[in-house]
Ligand binder design. Sequence first.
Ligand code: MEV
Length: 325
Amino acid sequence: MERISTSAPGKLMLFGEHAVVYGYPCIVTAVDQRMRVIVGFNGRGAIGVRAPQVGLDRYHKRIADLGKQEVPKPVQFIEVLVKNFYEQYEVDRGLDILTESDFSVNFGFGSSAAVTTALAFGLSKLYSIQMSKKGLFDLCYKSVLEVQGVGSGFDIAAAIYGETLYFIGGRKEIKPLDSDGLPLIVGYTGVKADTPTLVRQVAELRRRRKAKVNKIFAEIAEIVETARGALTEKNYVLLGRAMDRNQKLLSDLGVSSKELDRLIAAARRAGALGAKLSGAGGGDCMVALRSAQGKLAIGKAIEEAGGEVIDVELGTEGVRLEKRA
Ligand code: MEV
């Protein structure tokens, strides 16, 4: 039987995290570390899922039961996406699904959004259903929200469109930006962060200190605009300053951590033009902007401070068909 193989990129948030959940803009870039999905019909009226990267050996669920009963965490995004796709297009054939990852799901590169997107795209190919990018976004965003309850959808936009994007929460705007040659170093703290928990923590702070948090969001939105211009003009001194200012505001929101602070300080001491956490905070990765010569020194400083430098290419291609067999 026919099998479709697709892939979608992970992402790195560059500016605007947290504020984007409230409808402000952010800048995100797709990375060359991808999630891969192989999907085909199985003739059994059930889904069979294997996801070795999250320790899922084999999982079965009848199509008629999708979304019912308890769904184990590693398979939630997959099951909910299939359920929503099947409801939307009124189809019901059984599927074998295998997911694979180029990267550790601990990095915070958006593996859930990428796997959801790659699977939705694969299903559209398997069923020969024409889906626009907007249609794909809406289906994936609905599914991700159903599983984790919160999120701006910026990671889905990166998985679908690829490149570096200016994204406004609620998908009010998605614009590609030129990030060619952006000299960024990525450092992993070794600590896995839980995005929904951090988003809810910020929501709780906003409930108690609304004026203060709204002011921080407005300042972050201004920084995103500055960064957008600086990125396009390749003015890295200005861009680095914007990263430092964004990091200060994220600290004020309470989402940085001692591990992130340590790597960020080490990168700055080693000559980075700017550095900040990337994503929800609490752990995951930080990013540092380096000068032309700074790569070795900043990388070494991050590692000496306990981080792991991850080599990534930025602004890569969005979801794509790998193979039809
Ligand atoms: C998480 O990587 C970024 C947040 O802004 C959440 C989101 O936008 O979905 C904290």
